[in-house]
Write a protein that binds this ligand. Sequence first.
Ligand code: PLP
Length: 383
Amino acid sequence: MTQLAAAVPFSDPGLQYIELRQEIDQAMHRVLASGWYILGEELEAFESEYAAWCGARHAVGVASGLDALQLSLLALGVVAGDEVIVPANTYIATWLAVSACGAVPVPVEPEPDGYGMDVTRIEAAITPRTRGILPVHLYGQSADLDPILAVAARHRLFVLEDAAQAHGARYKGKRIGSHGNAVAWSFYPGKNLGAYGDGGAITTNDSGLAQRLRMLRNYGSRQKYVNEVRGMNSRLDPLQAAALRVKLPHVERWNRQREAIAQRYLDGLQDCGLVLPVTHSWAGHAWHLFVVRSAARDRLQQQLAAAGIASLIHYPIPPHLQQAYADRGLVEGDLPLSERLHREVLSLPLFPGMRDEQVDRVIEACRRLLEKKNNEPLSYGLA
Ligand SMILES: *Cc1c(COP(=O)(O)O)cnc(C)c1O
């Protein structure tokens, strides 16, 4: 059989393992042979390296990004009945963390020219029960933190950042990791810094908060069998910490690769009818995802698939319309800007190690499909 153009996967986290295989294997074997598998030196070493990388004083490793958010909210004092302001347009984990504390996520619509929370709408969402603001650095682009921090200071609210998609992203030149009171991270395998399973962390400059987080992730205990508060079991495994220590020094280089791919898309997809992502002046983009918009999104996705190109929708159903939030009583039409994004967004393949010819193949397919005026699927002659 002749060599057909290869399929373009959406991402390929296995490439990073192949690249660093020897070092990752050695690091994981070191942990296996140590006989020490929970907390301990390996985790502490990762925590101090990650804190330094983020420009924060403390990092606390936990079991997932969702736990990082929930534990942060608990450590910041959120209790049942409180309200926390969240973006309407985000992954549902942002909302679930608030709900898990018995608090109420209060959604704010996205900005008109982008995907992040519209900071000008935050103040109107504040009530006497509001305790904090939870911005998300969505798709790898930092939220506009200065106005968020200013509103928070005026109303004595905390700011917890959801940075699950933003490893290495910058706000006005400074890496995300210590702008708000706490910053929650995920090391889910597909993130810009991914583990070989679930993992997460919180970074903060607040020593008291870091200490509470260390207790809360470990049964509410600082000293074994002495439980000061009702905590959880949510610790980053030393095995994962060891692998993350190997990968961390490479994240900036991988992010530069992501940026080059994004730039190639931006150049190649101009004027073809797609709404392309806008990078704000304040943002150093980590390009976790390259998200375009099209009114013909579903058809475009199907036809890309027929051409062997994977794409994903982040996210098909907004949190307020998920069955999980049916009891909030929010219906279609309540958050129209967010709902429109959910109908129109499509994430194109983007991952470190993606080749130029793969990017070009996606660009060509998008242009060809969008320039076609009728609805018939194209036939892709592979001969
Ligand atoms: C991935 C993600 C999370 C949750 O992280 P997990 O490690 O999967 O629990 C939270 N928020 C956002 C925006 C995410 O993308």
